[in-house]
Design a protein around this ligand. Structure first.
Ligand SMILES: C[S@@+](CC[C@H](N)C(=O)[O-])C[C@H]1O[C@@H](n2cnc3c(N)ncnc32)[C@H](O)[C@@H]1O
Length: 252
């Protein structure tokens, strides 16, 4: 059954950003225009987004340690933070939700402040590649790593490993590139069919794809696994996949 509070945080104006023909497509940005439609955009674009958010809160129940920090990196409006706070109700822990988009951070602060949960949350405007982290029992990168420059991804994972306590966990959700090009095209077409069923036109899908071309750079599963291993993680595997959208559970 759908969680009513989580539904409230995931409702917004309808995403029509790419519904008119755009002469020159500008690069996708997490700006005010995106903030206004973000819950609708992510729900209609990322298969099983709400299931993944719910799953992250269930994983949190297994890994969060008393008196520790939980980091939600690239938090956007804080859906993962919200779901964890709602499920755990643990005042000795603190969530640090971080995003470098001023518009996202401003809206995220408003949303988080409007609910009374036992677990405090601090929403920081910061570049996650520069963030100091410590005493972490859970770190969440829910569809964020794919937006970092490829050259900065390993360093961030190394720093997360250092910040995690023994037995702590990292959740990494990403759009994946499939290894075989023809298979990749097939899965991409299944994803586009999903977006069409959710009301996006072919033109909207094509224009958004062009806007994301140099902004969202997907890796394949093997690249993710090699990075986890290189960072020092002992255990990692996929706990969820729908088309080319996967989420990995990575344990220190
Ligand atoms: C797809 S959204 C993440 C969705 C969100 N985690 C959720 O579960 O709803 C990606 C977010 O990462 C943020 N982001 C991208 N690069 C970042 C960086 N270097 N530092 C902090 N945030 C970043 C963007 O501003 C955007 O809000």
């Amino acid at each position: 059954m759908q969680n009513p509070k989580l539904t409230a945080i995931t409702m917004s104006a309808k995403d029509t950003i790419f519904s008119d023909p755009q002469g020159k497509i500008k690069e996708f940005e997490f700006d005010q225009q995106v903030v206004e439609v973000f819950p609708d955009m992510i729900e209609r674009s990322v298969p099983s987004y709400k299931t993944i958010i719910q799953g992250i809160s269930e994983i949190a129940q297994k890994f969060v340690q008393l008196d520790s920090n939980i980091y939600d990196l690239g938090c956007s409006l804080g859906a993962a933070s919200f779901a964890i706070r709602q499920k755990l109700q643990e005042p000795s822990c603190q969530i640090i939700a971080v995003d470098n988009s001023p518009a996202m951070v401003e809206r995220c602060r408003l949303i988080q402040a409007s609910y009374n949960f036992d677990m405090p949350v601090e929403v920081l405007e910061s570049d996650i590649t520069q963030l100091e982290m410590n005493n972490a029992s859970l770190v969440v990168l829910n569809f964020t790593l794919q937006f970092l420059p490829v050259t900065k991804r390993q360093t961030l994972l190394n720093r997360i490993y250092q910040a995690l306590n023994p037995g702590g966990a990292l959740v990494v959700s990403e759009k994946l590139q499939m290894d075989q090009p023809e298979f990749d095209e097939l899965i991409i077409s299944l994803h586009h069919d999903f977006k069409k069923r959710n009301g996006y036109s072919d033109m909207e899908i094509a224009q958004k794809r062009a806007a994301l071309e140099n902004v969202l750079i997907p890796d394949n599963q093997q690249t993710h696994f090699e990075r986890f291993k290189q960072a020092g993680f002992a255990q990692y595997d996929s706990w969820f996949q729908h088309y080319n959208f996967a989420s990995f559970l990575v344990v220190k």
